[in-house]
Design a protein around this ligand. Structure first.
Ligand SMILES: C[S@@+](CC[C@H](N)C(=O)[O-])C[C@H]1O[C@@H](n2cnc3c(N)ncnc32)[C@H](O)[C@@H]1O
Length: 217
């Protein structure tokens, strides 16, 4: 076994232990992951520990309105919907009608559907019709547009809004539009006076990656 494979196996095993030990509330959302797999959606949702982090950031921010860019099958959406509570709302933007349909069915089945609005289409086309402000924005779609998504997140924010960008590490040293988009967003996080940010490397069941977290001043 290569060192990389051994690391991935160890990180996955540890994530499993952490999920079983610290996150008893993750099990109820496992059917959403199962429906994604059964629907043939790619296995690119956040992990349970990352989903719980999104939930915690939503509650710590006191966010009752959340915007997500990149729904997939609704797994991270479900954690965010838990975070806003029964009176809150999540608006989530998804390019693929097939992904959106799987997400809609799963979120309804989980009893969270009435607090989630799914807008289908390229996010840069649907964002102009979204009304802010949001207490938390989670950016997790096509990475090439990360810089534009960050612009939109700021436009739809107010002081105290939390902005989270996923997958900011894995392809950082690559060439191409996805890495360019992520690097442009990270540079903006470090230079925009309205933003106070950090970026963390992470390991786990998803391998080696990272996320950036910012708060709007
Ligand atoms: C990494 S997945 C999202 C995972 C999800 N946030 C989770 O953790 O459960 C990225 C999603 O963004 C969607 N996507 C890609 N390009 C998009 C675009 N231009 N506008 C909106 N959604 C897009 C993909 O179809 C895919 O479902």
């Amino acid at each position: 076994m290569s060192t990389d494979d051994a690391n991935t196996e160890k990180w996955s095993r540890t994530d499993g232990y952490l999920e079983r030990t610290v996150l008893p509330d993750a099990a109820e959302l496992t059917p959403i992951r199962d429906a994604q797999a059964e629907g043939g959606l790619p296995d690119i949702a956040v992990s349970a520990t990352q989903g719980k982090l999104l939930y915690l950031l939503t509650t710590i921010a006191g966010a009752s309105r959340v915007l997500e860019i990149g729904t997939l099958g609704g797994y991270s959406t479900a954690w965010l919907a838990r975070g806003v509570g029964p009176e809150g709302s999540v608006t989530t933007l998804e390019f693929s009608p097939e992904h959106a349909a799987v997400a809609r069915a799963s979120l309804d089945e989980a009893g969270l559907g009435d607090r989630v609005r799914i807008e289908v289409g390229p996010a840069l086309d649907t964002l102009p019709f979204v009304t802010g402000p949001f207490g938390l924005v989670f950016i997790d779609a096509d990475k090439a547009n990360n810089r534009q998504y960050l612009d939109w997140a700021l436009r739809l924010s107010e002081p105290g809004t939390v902005i989270v960008l996923d997958n900011v590490v894995r392809r950082l040293d690559e060439e191409g539009p996805d890495a360019d988009g992520t690097r442009a967003a990270l540079e903006r996080l470090g230079t925009d006076p309205r933003l106070d940010a950090t970026a963390l490397q992470t390991v786990g069941i998803k391998g080696w990656d990272g996320l950036a977290i910012a708060v709007v001043r």
